[in-house]
Design a protein around this ligand. Structure first.
Ligand SMILES: Cc1cc2nc3c(=O)[nH]c(=O)nc-3n(C[C@H](O)[C@H](O)[C@H](O)COP(=O)(O)OP(=O)(O)OC[C@H]3O[C@@H](n4cnc5c(N)ncnc54)[C@H](O)[C@@H]3O)c2cc1C
Length: 382
């Protein structure tokens, strides 16, 4: 006979751990299922750090969610007695009318979030490690910074378990079904049933949600830790997280946390991946040159020779906005997918939204713009 729960969370990575935690703390009997243990490095939620910011250049509609996300991260830190968020600030640089600088200004103007304009003459003293071209503007978000990504996943998972939730790791889900009132989830080992289901399967969402016919493209994203040759890049010296919107692509990174290397990567581009389990995790000849070129031009005191690297996965929607909604056929199935390389900071708040959707079919959080029926997710029917 199937084991019975109130809610099953399929995938306990970034978003699944958030949903699992919210559901368990509501007193529900929750089961989290994952092929890997929480905090693993096979999906999209690893590599030590993730940028968090409020002046959201991708679209100002994300800002109210971010304000709630920050509150929830602080609450989680208090509950577990551990620092997860580091307010290192965020330097954004790019053409004045480019997506990043203009978008951050728009979000600031609409929601009054702090964002400083940095006069050109102040740049060398304020940000000595960076070379910013004359034709670029620079803005600084003091509330920006970074989250400790694996520790955030573990914190959500552990707090949810403390509230009574159960996580079964090393258990791959083969299939799920719903009749609108109950769901059945079959793994390689067992069968489980529940009143509702949250599907947060990251790079595997396309397979598990094939019936939705949303084009989700998984891309391979290498990231690099490069040696620092100056104390200017140390987090203790006030070096911020950074995002450069260049004509040839966007590049981002973090201050040096260990004092000897810093993490840097390209946000744009990425090679499509057929099977996320088989992605090549070795450095390829094409992986580093573009990042090296960025460093030589804009961060000259970084040694453009990676000391170590990691490979991560983006799951990208056609409009680069997330898909967070109830399943169109089954009101007891909530879906969180397509986080397009910028989702992690939202795992606290969208975990809450997914818990709402799974239990009531709706959420008071402003997530309408992430709906599954928006046109961009159905390009062939446009
Ligand atoms: C290199 C890189 C840099 C990034 N930088 C940022 C950043 O600075 N700021 C930011 O906000 N976001 C950033 N992101 C994006 C963010 O990290 C992701 O959007 C987020 O982590 C996605 O979480 P997820 O829950 O969708 O996926 P995951 O965390 O990968 O979770 C999916 C889980 O589902 C499980 N699963 C899937 N299928 C099955 C199955 N059949 N059976 C059992 N388990 C299954 C997987 O094992 C996995 O644990 C970055 C992403 C990458 C890759």
């Amino acid at each position: 006979m199937a084991h019975t729960f109130d809610v099953i969370v399929l995938g306990v990575g970034g978003f699944g751990s958030g949903a699992f935690d919210h559901l368990a703390r509501r007193g529900l009997k929750v089961l989290g299922l994952d092929r890997f243990p929480p905090g693993h490095d096979r999906g999209s939620s690893h590599g030590e750090t993730r940028i968090i910011r409020k002046a959201y250049f991708e679209h100002p509609d994300y800002v109210p969610l971010l304000l709630r996300a920050y509150d929830l991260w602080h609450e989680l830190e208090r509950d577990i007695g551990q620092t997860l968020f580091h307010r290192a600030g965020l330097l954004i640089s790019g053409p004045p009318h480019g997506e990043a600088v203009a978008g951050a200004r728009l979000a600031r103007d609409r929601y009054n979030v702090p964002l400083e304009e940095i006069p050109r003459a102040d740049l060398p003293a304020r940000f000595p490690g960076f070379r910013i071209p004359d034709e670029f503007d620079a803005v600084f978000e003091p509330d920006g910074g970074y989250l400790e990504v694996e520790n955030c996943v573990l914190a959500h998972a552990r707090r949810g378990e403390r509230a009574g939730g159960v996580i079964r790791s090393n258990e791959t889900v083969r299939a799920w079904s719903s009749n609108g009132r109950t769901v059945t989830v079959t793994t390689e080992r067992d069968t489980y049933s529940a009143a509702s289901l949250v599907i947060t399967a990251g790079a595997w969402a396309g397979t598990l949600l094939a019936d939705l016919r949303i084009p989700l493209q998984v891309v391979r994203k290498p990231l690099f830790w490069c040696p620092v040759r100056s104390g200017d890049y140390a987090v203790q010296s006030g070096c911020p997280t950074f995002y450069f919107d260049l004509p040839r692509g966007s590049f981002y990174g973090f201050p040096s946390i260990d004092g000897s290397t810093l993490k840097v990567a390209e946000h744009s581009g990425g090679a499509p991946v057929d099977d996320p389990l088989l992605v090549n995790r070795e450095i390829q000849p094409d992986d580093f040159p573009r990042v090296g070129e960025f460093l030589r031009e804009h961060m000259p005191q970084i040694d453009p020779q990676p000391a170590r690297h990691s490979v991560c996965l983006y799951t990208v929607t056609p409009d680069h906005h997330f898909a967070v909604d109830v399943h169109p056929q089954y009101r007891n199935v909530a879906v969180g997918a397509g986080f397009s390389g910028h989702g992690f900071k939202f795992t606290s708040v969208l975990g809450e939204a997914l818990a709402d959707l799974a239990t009531t079919g709706r959420s008071d959080l402003p997530i309408e713009f992430l709906s599954l029926d928006r046109k961009a997710l159905h390009p062939t029917t446009m």
